[in-house]
Ligand binder design. Structure first.
Ligand SMILES: [Zn+2]
Ligand SMILES: [Zn+2]
Length: 337
């Protein structure tokens, strides 16, 4: 009965144009601003969602710092959202890919992640740093899982885009992760479950993170300046640090691949051709397709992926972002409105 009353409240609030709390980006370099905003109204094909948890992503830091541009501020961030539909209460996840045109050459070739008119949640469309949001139903994922909303949220970007990056490593057996944050926490569990080996590279001297990488099942953990005990088949760089590209190239065997997993990276220093020679390759991973999402969200429970989270109230979004910037937690920060 409580649920039914809840639903009626939602409807009433929506119909009467009630307001919600949100953390709003106004300009580059400034903290997000707590604001009261009208609850958005779902248009055709959209869902009105009550946000239950929204994980913080490094991309949000790049947006604040102006390294990735927000075309039309003000904007509500947040693209790892676990929410329920209003009024019928279905649990859904909202990822970074918020809308695609379906007709450009990339969409027609099955590369909707590269759609030339793509719109991204929490960047081009208001996201989940709020009590409510609207989302295109076609880009939401059903979330039947048993894990809590807070624990599920980091799967929607850290997990999902990490999984796309992992796909680019092909059949690699020995896989290096440079930067052991939220994505590497999740992927280490997937890679182990698949019977492959993880080599974890952290900032020099970060023994805490190296320890937690070993606890999660990395066969080796060390400094990004070190070479692994054996040459790697592939490496994924999650840290937005250009000098890691030549470091990873030195760690992979001939024919190996280095995948850059972030949306932004500092400049890559020049390096001798011999570390690329031998058919090594360097490539980036961009965004996600809905197929990536469905595949990963089905696999995560089978691999028994457990996310490590630190929760923050919505109003503490700026603290969560600064804690991420300074590496003050393991795993993911999750906002709970
Ligand atoms: Zn993200
Ligand atoms: Zn398109």
């Amino acid at each position: 009965m409580v649920a039914a009353v809840q639903v009626r409240n939602d409807l009433w609030m929506t119909a009467s144009g009630a307001s919600m709390r949100a953390m709003v980006f106004e300009r580059v370099g400034a903290p997000l601003v707590p604001m009261t905003r009208p609850i958005p109204v779902a248009g055709p094909g959209q869902l009105l969602l009550r946000v239950h948890a929204c994980a913080v992503c490094r991309t949000d830091l790049h947006l604040i710092d102006g390294e990735v541009e927000i075309a039309e501020p003000p904007r509500i961030f947040g693209h790892q959202v676990v929410a329920s539909t209003v009024p019928d209460g279905r649990r859904v996840g909202v990822p970074w890919l918020g809308w695609t045109c379906g007709e450009c050459y990339q969409c027609l070739a099955g590369r909707e992640n590269l759609c030339v008119r793509a719109r991204f949640t929490g960047c081009d469309i208001d996201g989940g740093y709020a009590e409510y949001m609207v989302a295109d139903e076609r880009f939401c994922f059903a979330l039947p899982g048993e894990q809590s909303d807070e624990q599920t949220a980091p799967l929607l970007c850290a997990g999902l885009i990490g999984y796309r990056a992992l796909g680019m490593c092909g059949e690699a057996q020995r896989i290096g992760f440079y930067g052991f944050g939220a994505a590497a926490h999740i992927l280490t569990q997937v890679v182990r479950w698949q019977g492959r080996e993880v080599y974890a590279f952290t900032r020099p001297g970060d023994e805490t993170t190296q320890g937690s990488a070993r606890e999660l099942g990395a066969v080796w953990a060390g400094s990004s300046e070190d070479l692994p005990p054996q040459a790697l088949d592939a490496a994924i760089i999650f840290a937005p640090v250009g000098p890691l590209v030549p470091a990873a190239l030195r760690a992979v065997r001939p024919g190996g691949v280095v995948v850059c997993g972030g949306i932004h990276m500092s400049d890559i220093p020049s390096f001798p051709y011999e570390i690329l020679w031998g058919e090594r390759s360097v490539r980036s991973v961009a965004n996600l397709t809905r197929a990536d999402g469905s595949e990963f969200l089905a696999l995560a429970p089978r691999a028994d992926v457990q996310t490590q989270i630190s929760t923050y109230p919505l109003e503490a979004a700026n603290e969560a972002l600064e804690d991420l910037r300074h590496g003050r937690f393991e795993g993911s920060a999750v906002l709970v409105p």
